[in-house]
Write a protein that binds this ligand. Structure first.
Ligand SMILES: [Zn+2]
Length: 152
């Protein structure tokens, strides 16, 4: 069953986000590692998903989510204006992250596949090709077997 709290309208599916995964695992070591990558304090790593009421600080207010909700859309895949200025602005704000690239890829895939198949495809995409360990978006290496990965 799809957990709708994890359906970020922008396509950055929360089920493969480090902030969400570290919160679910409630692991201090993982939170510390993610905090370093995200440039925040470990105690700020607390998120139940974009569409929940407990969100990572940078996702608490979001022009993309507000826009989609205002239009009554579940995601930007339903919008003829994608990729609009809100998407481009986020890309400009985080130029060195995979976020913008992922949004462009993922929203197109969401449009083609529909929500249930798209969620399954995103979860399958973020697995180690060697050992099938679930990884997170942006990982460069499998933390279980050491395989180099490109997860965007
Ligand atoms: Zn692996």
């Amino acid at each position: 069953m799809v957990n709708r709290d994890l359906l970020s309208p922008c396509g950055l599916y929360c089920g493969v986000c480090g902030a969400y995964i570290a919160t679910q695992k409630d692991s201090p070591a993982l939170k510390a590692g993610i905090a370093q990558v995200f440039g925040c304090a470990p105690e700020e790593i607390n998120c139940q998903g974009c569409r929940s009421s407990v969100r990572y600080k940078h996702c608490q207010s979001c022009a993309i989510r507000s826009c989609a909700e205002g239009r009554g859309y579940e995601g930007c895949h339903q919008c003829a204006e994608f990729p609009c200025g809100h998407i481009e602005a986020l890309g400009a704000m985080f130029p060195n992250t995979v976020a913008h690239k992922v949004m462009l890829r993922a929203v197109e895939a969401w449009r083609k596949l529909g929500t249930e198949a798209w969620v399954a495809a995103e979860e399958a995409r973020y697995r180690c090709p060697s050992c099938q360990q679930s990884l997170m978006r942006g990982a460069a290496r499998c933390h279980r077997c050491g395989q180099a990965v490109i997860l965007d």
